[in-house]
Ligand binder design. Structure first.
Ligand code: DX5
Ligand code: ZN
Length: 219
């Protein structure tokens, strides 16, 4: 069953509670954490996540775009993340494994994310150990409002095949440039979670944009 995850990066932060209410028909809430080092932008940190947690019961899908993320896993877990996702490019394989082990220790669901440059095969050793999510970026991470990279579609399809073979309960999330038309392409390629920031918060009625994503992906 397809899940829609609005990214609050595109929300109006002066009234974040109301902005969360506007997307309450979605399945997950996507929280983009950027450190100004792994990506050339700084966004949301632990205190904001804790406030979001105290405001909503929605599933909090936290995308960590930070270098050496293992050191931050306990803080984000204790702030209320339901799922934490770390980039394979953000540390050595040993560092990524340490981050995943800390997620297990804190009882949060665990995911890995791939920049556009990273190949599909990179997920295989992690899938074999068990994962809840693989996130494929279809823009360079760092900013909302960019255009979907069509050339990532074969990678989405390849990761779908690896998931089906090795870890069928794992979800496949696509993030970046998702709107009604690209949602259909991503789902056809095998995505089952769609992140959308500007397409949802840029719409006059975000709930209608969420429904439109569900509908186009179904047809
Ligand atoms: C980009 C973030 C995305 C971003 C998506 O680095 O990971 O989650 O908010 O925004 P749109 O949907 O506008 O591309
Ligand atoms: Zn994201």
């Amino acid at each position: 069953m397809l899940k829609i995850a609005p990214s609050i990066l595109s929300a109006d932060f002066t009234r974040l509670g109301q902005e969360i209410d506007r997307v309450s028909s979605a399945d997950w809430l996507h929280v983009d954490v950027m450190d100004g080092a792994f990506v050339p932008n700084i966004s949301i940190g632990v205190p904001v996540l804790a406030s979001v947690r105290s405001y909503t019961g929605m599933f909090l899908d936290v995308h960590l775009m930070v270098d050496k993320p293992a050191r931050f896993i306990p803080a984000f877990a204790e702030a209320g993340a339901d799922l934490l996702c770390v980039h394979l490019e953000a540390d050595s394989p040993q560092g990524v494994r340490e981050a995943l082990a800390r997620m297990d220790a804190h009882g949060v669901k665990k995911g890995i994310a791939l920049r556009p440059i990273t190949c599909a095969e990179a997920v295989i050793p992690y899938l074999e150990q068990g994962l809840d999510l693989v996130l494929i970026m279809t823009v360079e991470p760092g900013f909302g409002g960019q255009s979907f990279m069509d050339h990532q579609l074969p990678k989405i399809a390849a990761v779908r095949r690896y998931i089906d073979a090795d870890c069928p309960a794992c979800r496949l999330e696509v993030d970046g440039g998702i709107h009604a038309e690209t949602a259909r392409l991503a789902v056809e390629a095998g995505a089952d979670v769609l992140v959308a920031g500007s397409a949802i918060y840029g719409a006059p009625v975000p709930g209608e944009a969420i429904q439109a994503l569900r509908d186009t992906a179904r047809n």
